[in-house]
Design a protein around this ligand. Structure first.
Ligand SMILES: Nc1ncnc2c1ncn2[C@@H]1O[C@H](COP(=O)(O)OP(=O)(O)OP(=O)(O)O)[C@@H](O)[C@H]1O
Ligand SMILES: [Mg+2]
Length: 395
């Protein structure tokens, strides 16, 4: 059986590390071999688990290992030659050394390279399940746009690099007083691009790899989570659950009662925005989630009705495909008759009413001004066509 990979992402501080650790403990308790791994440079996985966690798998108990990726080491391994060359070149041009070091690493690359460990860990077959505590959302999403850049490099530059460099190297030396990257550097870029593409393949293997979004029931956090959900769907990555963390319990007392009411209102919107992806909930505990006991309480709350390692929702809940002059949005909906569906756009949201139940879809910025021009319901999937306002078919 293919290794199951569960990735957690979400806004800063919402509980990603706690939820990932709780998930791993719960799965291990059920008898599977699990590795929980964190790519977050903040190194909080060890703090949450209550034991030191290093850059190689550390045993925590029967069937449970943990690993804290050392982003610096991964960067040196996959980008060391490029970095050395780029900073030499920048320093030669008068950039100070510290800025040069920073400029030689594209933003988000560290996180991307940290995730490369996943491919090898999956291929090793040593684990049934890998649970990943990713960096906050923005970093993780960069991964998704990356393949286009990589393919461009591999297709256009890599095959011609000797020819291109041979022609300009002597000239560059004479005129610019900088050296162009040697073939070692370019080979490293090529290799790293290949590895990143392999990792991207892994991310879109929707049978066994899914993302789970951790959020709180606060408006701003929910908005960011919705944008992430849309972006993931756009890139073909499956989201199989949304975790709403830190919900005030019913007996919260008068001081927090208004908070609880607001959270409960937000919950209804959350269900509309992510349906049919299941929502898992965890209460606001009376203390930090640190150590085995607290983690198991969290795991118990989250997974009372489901198995933590299962793919909790199959396929893409929302799939978006964009072409030159239209966007096709496919939304999984419970089987209904055609006449039960109503569509309308409100700001950058598409509101879909199916059999009296609402689904709201946050449109990505590029098509937020498009208008729905048609919809077909087939096999439980509503297929909506959206077109720019200037299109002849647009209403
Ligand atoms: N359900 C909960 N009840 C009470 N405290 C919680 C709950 N979930 C998480 N916490 C606490 O909230 C804090 C942040 O949690 P955590 O470190 O898991 O978030 P994170 O999303 O990984 O943060 P970062 O973005 O900084 O990595 C921690 O102190 C944790 O113990
Ligand atoms: Mg964290």
């Amino acid at each position: 059986m293919a290794t199951r990979i569960v990735l957690y992402t979400g806004k800063g501080g919402v509980g990603k590390t706690s939820v990932a650790a709780a998930t791993a403990r719960r799965i291990a308790a059920g008898g599977d071999r699990v590795l929980v791994l964190s790519t977050d440079p903040a190194h909080s996985l060890g703090d949450v688990l209550g034991v030191p966690v290093g850059p190689e798998p550390t045993g925590l108990g029967p069937g449970l290992d943990a690993l804290q990726v050392d982003a610096r080491a991964e960067l040196t391994r996959h980008w060391g030659a490029v970095r050395a060359w780029a900073s030499r070149t920048l320093v030669a041009r008068g950039v100070d050394r510290i800025s040069a070091e920073e400029l030689s690493v594209p933003p988000g690359l560290e996180e991307l390279l940290s995730l490369l460990r996943l491919v090898a860990l999956r291929d090793s077959g040593e684990y049934d399940v890998l649970v990943v505590d990713c960096a906050p959302t923005a970093e993780t999403l960069r991964l998704l746009a990356f393949p286009d850049v990589a393919r461009w490099w591999l297709g256009r530059i890599a095959p011609r690099q000797d020819e291109l460099l041979g022609a300009v190297r002597p000239l560059a030396r004479a005129l610019l007083d900088v050296s162009l990257p040697d073939t070692g550097v370019l080979e490293e870029v090529g290799r790293t691009m290949e590895s990143l593409l392999a990792m991207h393949e892994l991310f879109v293997d929707r049978e066994s790899v899914t993302m789970r979004l951790v959020t709180t029931a606060d408006r701003v956090v929910v908005e960011e989570t919705r944008r992430t959900f849309t972006a993931l769907g756009l890139h073909g990555v499956a989201t199989d659950a949304v975790v709403v963390n830190r919900l005030f319990p019913a007996d919260v007392g008068p001081y927090f009662a208004a908070w609880r009411r607001r959270q409960q209102d937000a919950l209804a919107g959350i269900e509309e925005a992510f349906a049919p992806v299941p929502i898992l909930q965890a209460p606001y505990f009376d203390r930090e989630v640190v150590g085995p006991e607290a983690l198991d309480r969290l795991g118990e709350a989250l997974f009372q009705d489901v198995r933590a390692q299962d793919v909790l929702h199959t396929g893409l809940a929302r799939e978006l495909e964009m072409t030159e002059d239209e966007a096709r949005l496919r939304i999984a909906v419970p089987l209904t008759a055609r006449e039960d569906v109503a569509l309308r756009r409100a700001g950058d949201e598409l509101v879909v009413e199916v059999a009296g139940r609402r689904r709201t879809v946050l449109l990505p910025p590029a098509i937020a001004h498009y208008r729905p021009t048609g919809a077909v319901l087939r096999d439980g999937v509503l297929d909506v066509t959206l077109r720019p306002p200037e299109h002849p078919d647009a209403p």
